[in-house]
Design a protein around this ligand. Structure first.
Ligand code: SF4
Length: 455
């Protein structure tokens, strides 16, 4: 491997094309796995467009279909009260008596699901803060109630950090809680709270939250019980590239084990970028390429935010490295629709969800919102057929006909309001009324003589 250079900014498509020191075609064809050293080499030397080409070729092999997918779901954050103090989080409330601290009751959650089913939604993503006041019966009754009322709705709920805290709150093993929740209707476990697994990063950005190994262990238990899960990564804070590679390495290892030994596995990988607004971490100094040296982890004193280039580079590299993850999602919620669309050419084969509701990222100042129509248009404009999927990535509807969400005839715009034209008689009556008022206001020096003056 060539000696790592100190690219201060990840290279764009400039200068001579870099040639990898290994056979990239073997990685793309599935004859060899990308190693961690090769990952670092590509990160340091390949241009953005080279990475995009490699990742697109790999995606074509793994996902050769003529469609790209999305799901319609609703994020339900059942409480924002949390024992953890993640420094990148603007959503949590540590004080349960804070004026904006909340916990939703069952009825409020049922109502949200009713609204979701009314627009053709198929699943909920339910996660909270970690609220020590809630007993295990809150969760069991809630899951049972949802399953009973909405048997068709897929329940994708409670991230690994929540399960680790449940274990502490309820004094039971994680496996026992997973089994009980599964019996009440839980289908799959979302990958929230993955962030970065390495202890040196995690202990600084996520005090009060489970370790990386605990996160992975919860997911492995879920896999043993037949529940699929998703893998995640949060980039663009205090971590450096070695932390990201370590994170992906651990995910790939666990997925190898799950695929070989368990009845379930990770169905997808999603990474997104830290959104700084309203978060404690935003007070840290920001790294800049003007500093004169490459960014390295410095015990959490400096934040390196990830821009679109960095996001796409990591997406492409994740596609190449995670050869045992079939699906990679575009993170348009944090990157916006344009980069979200470009992601389809950098390794993503799924646009994630048409979200009816999102509370966590929007608390940190990011408010991108896409309708089903817009997601379908983004996919179709990119050259694929848009298809609605479920949480198992099974296609529910291919949108090929004229009735597709992005092809439906829009209702005609409402007719223009015709302005009321004042008649001469109305004008005369109005003027005399104004003059009679003005006669009373001459004492303050203003004489109103024209109707327009009175407005
Ligand atoms: S990210 Fe999650 S676990 Fe961390 S403080 Fe926020 S709500 Fe709590």
């Amino acid at each position: 491997m060539p000696a790592p250079d100190l690219n201060l900014i990840s290279p764009l498509n400039v200068g001579e094309a870099y040639q990898p020191s290994f056979r990239m075609a073997d990685v793309i064809d599935g004859k060899a796995r990308l190693t961690e050293d090769q990952f670092l080499e590509l990160y340091n030397h390949a241009s953005l467009t080279q990475l995009g080409q490699y990742a697109a070729a790999m995606t074509d092999r793994l996902c050769p279909e003529d469609y790209r997918t999305y799901v319609i779901d609703r994020n339900i954050n059942y409480t924002n009260i949390c024992t953890a103090r993640c420094t990148f989080c603007a959503f949590k409330r540590n004080d349960p008596d804070a004026i904006d601290a909340y916990t939703l009751d069952d009825e409020a959650i049922y109502e949200k699901i009713r609204e979701l089913t009314a627009i053709g939604g198929t699943q909920i993503l339910m996660q909270g803060g970690m609220n020590p006041a809630l007993p295990i019966t809150y969760y069991e009754q809630l899951l049972t109630g949802i399953r009973h009322r909405f048997p068709q709705i897929h329940i994708h709920a409670f991230s690994p950090p929540e399960f680790v805290e449940f274990s502490r709150f309820f004094n039971r093993p994680v496996r026992d809680i997973l089994q009980r929740f599964q019996a009440c209707g839980l289908n799959t476990v979302p990958g929230g709270g993955g962030e970065i697994f390495s202890d040196r990063v995690r202990s600084r950005i996520g005090p009060g939250k489970c370790t990386g190994d605990q996160w992975l262990d919860v997911m492995s238990e879920a896999h043993k019980l037949g529940m699929h899960t998703s893998g995640t990564m949060l980039i663009g804070h205090i971590e450096d590239i070695t932390d990201r590679i370590d994170h992906l390495q651990r995910l790939r290892q666990r997925q190898d084990w799950a695929l070989a030994s368990a009845p379930a596995h990770y169905t997808a990988f999603i990474h997104w970028t830290y959104q700084p607004d309203n978060t404690p971490l935003d007070k840290k100094r920001k790294w800049s390429p003007d500093n004169g040296k490459a960014f390295e982890f410095d015990n959490g004193r400096t934040v390196r935010l990830a821009d679109a280039n960095e996001y796409l580079r990591m997406l492409a590299l994740s596609r190449l490295y995670l050869d045992n993850f079939r699906n990679l999602q575009s993170s348009w919620v944090t990157m916006g629709p344009k980069i979200g669309q470009l992601a389809l050419f950098f390794g993503a084969n799924d646009m994630g969800s048409v979200m009816m509701e999102e509370n966590v990222v929007s608390s940190a100042g990011t408010t991108y919102c896409l309708s089903e129509e817009m997601i379908c248009r983004i996919i179709r404009d990119s050259g694929w057929i848009p298809a609605q999927r479920n949480q198992y990535y099974e296609v529910l509807k291919r949108h090929e006909d004229p009735d597709a969400p992005d092809r439906r005839q829009r209702p005609a715009p409402p007719p223009r309001r015709i302005q009321h034209r004042i008649t001469p008689d109305e004008a005369a009556a109005y003027k005399s009324a104004v003059l009679s008022i003005s006669a009373k206001t001459t004492a303050v020096g203003r004489i109103v003589t024209k109707a327009s003056d009175a407005t």
